[in-house]
Write a protein that binds this ligand. Structure first.
Ligand code: IVH
Length: 702
């Protein structure tokens, strides 16, 4: 059996210590920025069920991050989104810890990439005769169902892959979900086992719900997937019940006692016999050619189905081979998603308009004649930047090709040149405006750079976007300040600077006048705001939106200086002395703290009582100098928790074992890292031994 993963193995003896300066600073910064961005999109997707970018844009971000991490393995950190499934349980639901992580899938686009995936499977298993099962990839919501003594006892969302939300009562409302199972003669049920599947809303049901809403004059749902997600995550199960969700079981999870099957196909047949809805289109093939044929055929016929699919999932059939292939990061090597090409449509580009972001950057976007594509009505598409508009050569008035693959923000592929003939007078080439479209301040542009900026630091859009960033999950994590609310607070004059946020508790009465803010909402908002004052310094630094300062850099600065004062008074040399900070970041941070406006902002934030220190006790922790790898799932902690614990005690968490690893803590599962560790001669200990060692060193936790 082969378990090595060439692309993810740290190069030579190098590990991801931050004092390793081999990766250029630009790469380091980009990795940081990508992680923050991905985290925020995960939150919007998994927690809010309100994504603001589409799957392909998201995939592109993750791909870019993964490529950078492959080139510079020292930049891999255990909390990188490439190492786990993101999204965390929302408040209001009890947390369920998945016994085995719920994974996601790598993508292939087309035959060549499928063949490359197949080659790897063949190489790693050293087998040519591999059978596969192909299933439609349902565009819904992953769930995990637990059965004990034949009864449905618990259902959960995927959440962050390790921990999801307990949505049992909501799942109980799904008619096709079996509540009690009856074993076939001679095949007793395992005493307890888990089934995984996808909850979805059929196209017909989606249309019915929207027709009802149209009748009632309510805003229409965007697409079936978001509606299904929103319906499942209702605290009131009677709302879920009214939405008529459906389910396909697509995987046997863990099971106690004897495994009921030794292949995926047999497991699915067994589930089907027990009464689970399984997808009738699933098919087993013994050659990869047939697999490709199946994928291509369904790409053509997807519209004929009464539910949305965004691809085909290809799985190695044999469980033994699945185990041998194992998992890398958050993706199994034994399965892959063949993603369908984006759906396209032609529509008229009414006008190219410009939006303004947090840093003042102007982004052109296309205002379109609404068109139905990829399962949703599309009226807008991003155009990224001025150079991109020029490259596409799109003009206001053009007919353009728009594409969307389960995407929320669709893309303009290009103009339909043939339809320009005779209409030249109606077309207008795009020019960047000379004044900001929001505040009319002059627009600035550095020669040779793609970006154009609004020059006014007080531009209302810049402030509301800064507020969004400050309150976002990766920064101060103040729930309840979404895009719309931030905009409103700025527009109505409640917030003119970030520091005004903390004056909101004094404006209770006025805030209650705002539509959509009742006393309960306001109390929750203010409580969250209050809690944000206790967030550690590094989160404040992220929230300030200093260029180049993402999570890792903010943490490095906060740990090094300990207090905001220490950082404010740091010289350029002091900054350069920080582990992992190079000249570009040092310069930027130094200049930021010299700026009078920023100093005034900080004075006000400090006056408002935000915390200005970091807990640096871990600088002399009981795990100082130890580099630890955690693999598999532990009983006592989730992955996040154990990593935070190790770091807070001064240890370093490594993604993958190497010679420098002090020891590997192995829980359930996690086979490939264990073997890698053993091969590298690194000690592997179990959870109990890890706890014993912690106690030996004086750890007082429980
Ligand atoms: S298998 C390790 N099978 O796709 C295998 N997933 O990107 C993990 N999905 O989270 C899942 N249809 O929500 C599998 N037939 C199918 C699926 C399917 C839809 C979703 C599922 C999963 C995501 C992976």
């Amino acid at each position: 059996m082969t378990t090595s993963e060439p692309s993810r193995r740290p190069r030579s003896a190098r590990t991801q210590t931050r004092d390793d300066s081999a990766a250029p600073e630009a790469a380091r910064e980009r990795v940081e920025a990508l992680r923050i961005e991905i985290l925020e999109h995960d939150r919007r997707y998994y927690e809010l069920a309100q994504p603001t970018i589409g799957d392909s844009q998201y995939d592109a971000l993750v791909r870019e991050l993964r490529d950078l991490e492959t080139t510079y393995p020292e930049l891999v950190t255990p909390d990188s989104p490439t190492q786990r499934v993101s999204g965390r349980p929302a408040e209001g639901f009890a947390v369920v810890r998945h016994r085995e992580p719920m994974l996601s899938l790598g993508n292939v686009f087309g035959r060549d990439e499928l063949m490359a995936w197949h080659q790897r499977v063949v190489r790693l298993t050293e087998r040519e005769d591999i059978a596969f099962v192909c299933e439609p990839k349902i565009d819904g919501l992953a769930i995990a169902l637990v059965y004990r003594d034949g009864r449905f006892v618990q259902g959960a969302t995927r959440g962050d892959g390790s921990r999801g939300e307990n949505i049992t009562p909501n799942l109980e409302t799904i008619r096709s979900l079996p509540k009690r199972l009856k074993a076939a003669k001679g095949r007793p049920l395992p005493p307890e086992f888990e089934v995984r599947g996808e909850v979805y809303l059929s196209k017909a049901e989606f249309a019915r719900l929207n027709a009802e809403r149209a009748e009632a004059g309510e805003q229409l749902y965007m697409n079936p997937r978001n509606t299904a997600a929103g319906s499942l995550r209702q605290l009131d199960a009677s709302i879920t019940a009214s939405r008529r969700l459906d389910l396909f079981a697509y995987q046997l999870g863990w099971s106690e006692g004897n495994r009921p099957a030794s292949t995926h196909a047999a497991a699915i047949a067994w589930l089907h016999d027990l009464g689970f809805p399984t997808n009738p289109l699933a098919q087993r093939f013994e050659s990869i050619e047939e697999v490709a044929g199946f994928c291509e055929a369904w790409a053509e016929q997807r519209d004929a189905l009464d539910y949305e699919i965004d691809g085909v999932v290809v799985k190695v059939d044999d469980f033994g081979l699945q185990r041998a292939l194992g998992v890398v990061g958050r993706e199994p090597r034994w399965a892959v998603a063949w993603k369908f090409p984006a759906e396209q449509a032609v529509t008229r580009l009414r006008e190219i308009q410009v939006s303004v972001g947090r840093t003042g950057v102007l982004t052109p976007f296309a205002a379109l004649e609404p068109v139905f594509v990829g399962g949703a009505h599309v009226g807008m598409a991003t155009l990224h930047n001025f150079d991109h508009v020029r490259k596409l050569d799109v003009r206001s008035g053009d007919d353009v090709i728009v594409q969307r693959a389960g995407d929320v923000i669709p893309q303009v592929v290009g103009p339909v040149l043939a339809s320009r003939a005779g209409r030249e007078d109606e077309l207008r080439e795009f020019q960047m405006p000379e004044a900001c479209p929001v505040c009319q301040a002059p627009v600035e542009h550095d020669e040779g750079e793609a970006a154009y900026y609004c020059s006014n630091p007080d531009c209302p859009v810049r402030i509301s976007r800064s507020l969004e960033h400050y309150t976002s999950r990766g920064a101060l994590d103040i729930e309840g300040f979404g895009e719309e609310r931030c905009r409103m607070l700025v527009q109505l004059g409640f917030v003119r600077s970030l520091a005004d946020l903390y004056t909101l508790p004094d404006q209770r009465e006025a805030l209650l006048e705002i539509e959509g803010i009742g006393p309960k909402t306001l109390d929750a908002l203010l409580a969250n705001l209050e809690a944000s004052r206790r967030q550690p310094l590094h989160r404040l630094l992220i929230g300030l939106g200093i260029r180049h300062v993402g999570g890792e850099t903010a943490r490095a600065l906060a740990m090094h200086f300990g207090t905001l004062d220490g950082l404010r008074t740091a010289t350029l040399e002091d900054l350069l002395a920080v582990d992992g900070i190079g000249p570009v970041v040092a310069e930027t941070v130094f200049a930021w703290f010299q700026d009078e406006r920023h100093r005034a902002l900080l004075d006000r934030l400090v006056g408002a009582g935000v915390r200005t220190s970091e807990d640096v006790s871990s600088r002399g922790g009981i795990l100082d100098g130890l580099s630890i790898v955690v693999t598999g799932s532990l009983e006592r902690w989730s992955r996040d928790e154990v990593e935070t614990l190790i770091k807070s005690l001064g240890g370093k968490v490594l993604a993958s074992p190497s010679k420098k690893t002090s020891f590997v803590v192995a829980g359930n599962g996690g086979g490939s890292k264990r073997e890698k560790a053993e091969a590298a001669g690194v000690e592997v200990i179990d959870e109990a031994e890890f706890v014993r060692r912690l106690r030996e060193r004086g750890w007082g936790g429980d």
